[in-house]
Ligand binder design. Sequence first.
Ligand code: FDM
Length: 241
Amino acid sequence: MARRGAFVVVEGLDRSGKTTQTDILRQRIQEAGKEVACVKFPDRSTPIGKMIDLYLRSQSDLDDHVVHLLFSANRWELASTILSHLEQGKLVLCDRYAFSGIAFSVAKILPSQPSLSTTIHSEQSFGKLSPINLTWARAPDSALPSPDLTLFLDVSPEVAYTRGGYGEERYEKADMQSRVRSVFEEIGREVSADAGEGKHGNGKWIVIDAGREMHTVTEEIWRHVQPLLDGVESSVGRLWA
Ligand code: FDM
């Protein structure tokens, strides 16, 4: 079987250096003489992406379930493009993916002191929509192409704060960011446990301490990506499948 390109996702909190590191990684891959296709979610250029953009800039209000489905639909819009890049042997470098989708949607309904078990086991109460839990949040993304490697750039809220605070968009607030971080931790544990048992094709999950000096972070990222430059033999997995 011919080797296909590797699918690498970079996830991270605001102020984790995700955009800078993704850009450096793209350059290094190209300098190594390999083809790379870059994707970013949300992709705000599509019709669905435009709705997401309005919502993130607080120009529109939507039910949390609807927003979650829009983010997922935005990924499905590009799923076949991602697959065709991989089949052509290109490394696909993706800035945020379904893990962000789950982390941000579930974080919205967590109390300030997060306790995931309350959301995982929450019941639907009469006359109210049930809150978004991990099981519900995973469903629309299931069967999307799954990454071979996810690099989670982790920073503490304290370090993020020293990097100049947050921006103006809807989720760029310290308490939201720390709740998002705790859901990402839960997702990482789940993906790693599944990979250990060979259960899901969700790939490998690596936590990178992004609170360190930029160059150190870049080198650690490169150490994980370099072995994937010549592609992978196995076929592309499917998320949560
Ligand atoms: N975000 C991103 C979500 O809430 N769900 C998703 O599925 C994705 C991909 O959108 F706050 C959030 C995360 C972030 C915002 O992301 C925009 P960028 O990376 O800042 O553009």
